[in-house]
Ligand binder design. Structure first.
Ligand code: ZN
Length: 352
């Protein structure tokens, strides 16, 4: 029996989000629109999920952002506060963007802190702008601050010796890969449509120097469905993740591999996203006491996005979702290429 005066560890799933994320407006007609979060919050309001606690985040500090971005780049973003500006062909800021981006990165840190100190069982930061294309000194692909990288750096400071970042957004997280390419304490794993934007993420990209083997890319042809993603998890991500033995798992949770997404050509359903979340939550239970943080990245069909986020949240709160059997185009070739690249570098994937 625990001391009744001392609250035990929370079993709740923490959701960090803020209406100020809607103030980031990349312009009329842009797919990364405030309507994305509106759709998600509308869906969660329509039928709330038991075991989810909603909180608003604090903004990330300069030091938290500068752990993965240059001071000059952070200062440039801050100077654009209150203005409209174009930072790259896909990426623009509006007067509310700096505050939204600071809060998004802060939500990523807050999610990590709550999970690391046991205040939440796991967490999902429902944020925008997204982060995984943001480079150390450059905005890119709708992203200003690399939220997953800021979160991983915060986790290291909070005592995690090894952090696993799994990126299931349909685009390769080039920014996250670049930030941690030479490090062996942060493992970056991504499954993504390939060849495709942003052009990186080949099987042969496995990290550099001390980080060799701590970058794992599974570039997939278009058309992969739920069962295909299930095979990638079972044959690659789970054995690599288990061997890495992380103290925290962070997911760059994009939902643009969905069947109905307008930007990509994958065929994942909301059930598939629920199954991915169940599997990674099980891995987290096995290796790190369930410490798992999801961060919203892409996902551009509003209805598909809302239902897929719901499926992930239901999995985080304990509903088990399995991958359906049967495969679409079969990812075996892509998985084999990645395993070959890791083996050639002396980092073979352990047997399942
Ligand atoms: Zn994406």
């Amino acid at each position: 029996m625990s001391d009744p005066g001392t609250p035990g560890p929370s079993k709740e799933t923490l959701v960090l989000t803020d209406p100020k994320f809607l103030d980031h407006d990349p312009g009329p007609g842009h797919v990364e629109s405030p309507a994305r979060l509106d759709a998600i919050m509308g869906e969660l309001g329509r039928a709330p999920i038991a075991g989810v606690r909603l909180e608003t985040p604090r903004a990330a500090t300069a030091a938290e952002i500068e752990a993965v971005h240059s001071a000059a780049y952070r200062a440039r973003l801050a100077r654009l506060d209150g203005q409209y500006a174009e930072l790259d062909p896909d990426t623009a800021v509006s007067p509310g963007s700096w505050e939204a981006a600071s809060l998004a990165a802060g939500a990523a840190v807050g999610a990590v802190e709550a999970v690391m100190n046991g205040r939440a069982a796991n967490a999902f930061a429902l944020v925008r702008p997204p982060g995984h294309h943001a480079r150390p000194a450059k905005a890119m692909g709708f992203c200003l601050i690399n939220n997953a990288a800021v979160a991983a750096a915060a986790a290291r400071r909070a005592g995690a010796r090894r952090v696993l970042i799994l990126d299931w957004d349909v685009h390769h997280g080039n920014g996250t890969q670049e930030i941690f390419a030479a490090r062996d304490d942060v493992l970056y794993m991504s499954a993504h449509q390939y060849p495709f934007y942003p052009g990186t993420g080949a099987s042969e990209e496995i990290g550099v120097g001390a980080g060799k083997g701590a970058t794992v890319n599974c570039p997939l042809p278009a058309g992969q469905d739920d069962a295909d993603y299930g095979a990638v998890f079972h044959d690659l991500f789970l054995p690599v993740g288990r061997a890495f033995d992380p103290d925290l798992i962070i997911v760059s949770a994009g939902y643009d591999a969905h069947l109905r997404d307008p930007l990509a050509e994958m065929r994942v359903t909301e059930r598939g996203f629920g199954a991915m979340t169940s599997l990674i939550a099980e891995l987290a239970q096995e290796v790190c006491g369930g410490k798992l943080v999801l961060l919203l990245e892409g996902g551009y069909d509003l209805g598909a996005l809302a239902l897929s986020v719901r499926a992930s949240l239901e999995a985080l709160t304990g509903r088990r979702e399995d991958f359906p059997l049967g495969a679409g185009t079969d990812p075996a070739l892509a998985v084999a290429a990645t395993r070959d690249a890791l083996r050639a570098a002396g980092r073979p994937v352990p047997k399942t």
